[in-house]
Design a binder for this molecule. Sequence first.
Ligand code: 13P
Length: 253
Amino acid sequence: MRKHIVAGNWKMNNTFEEADELISNIVDALEEKELDRNTQVIICPPFPYLEMATDYSKDSYFLVGAQDVSTEDKGAYTGEVSAAMLKSIELEYCIVGHSERRQYHNESNAMVAKKVDQLLKNEIRPIVCCGERLEEREADKQFEVVKQQIEEGLFHLTAEQFKELVIAYEPVWAIGTGKTATPEQAQEIHAFIRNLIAEKYGKEVAEEISILYGGSCKPSNAKEIFSKTDVDGGLIGGACLKAEDFIAIAFSF
Ligand code: 13P
């Protein structure tokens, strides 16, 4: 059975104190009710809080990820954070290619490919985002766009490397807008992605990869979206900033 994953992308939110409170509330909520063994909770706070999060995670049932990583090993890259640094504080996951980075920082598929390589080299599992913008969906180009993102960003990997990935389909028009893809729309693209992987790496690899949905996923819609065959969980933005909502989503399988 494929791993169910609920990952919280905090984006640029919370002060140190607020972060401390949110994580400790997540710890409490996970203590209260036992989560299914096949469900993995991941939190991805901003860089300054990662070490605090990994400290908390040692006594709780969640793992920690970063929101981005440098394409480079080390050196004169002011403001950047390397995969080796993330590994040195024992991070397990890192988001790559989020649409906000593609949009505001011109992150290309080629850069996504380099970041994924950096992470795999340091034994950190990439959560790779893909998804079309509104005008692309309106022009019925969602399949074409997602295919190109996956081929250019990921298809240089070997099958062994590919198995380390988590994929997140996040239609840009659904992010932070309150508009969600219908469960059918999500299923359609998730199945398309899995099929692309199967064609390149074989069915066995494709069946192992968790594909998450992201875009206004909340406690009220998670169950229906997660009920679809090829949806293995969610990458949660807004709703992950309240422990109660985030954990309710983790219990939606
Ligand atoms: P929202 O859940 O706020 O729409 O954000 C989704 C997202 O971008 C997660 O990475």
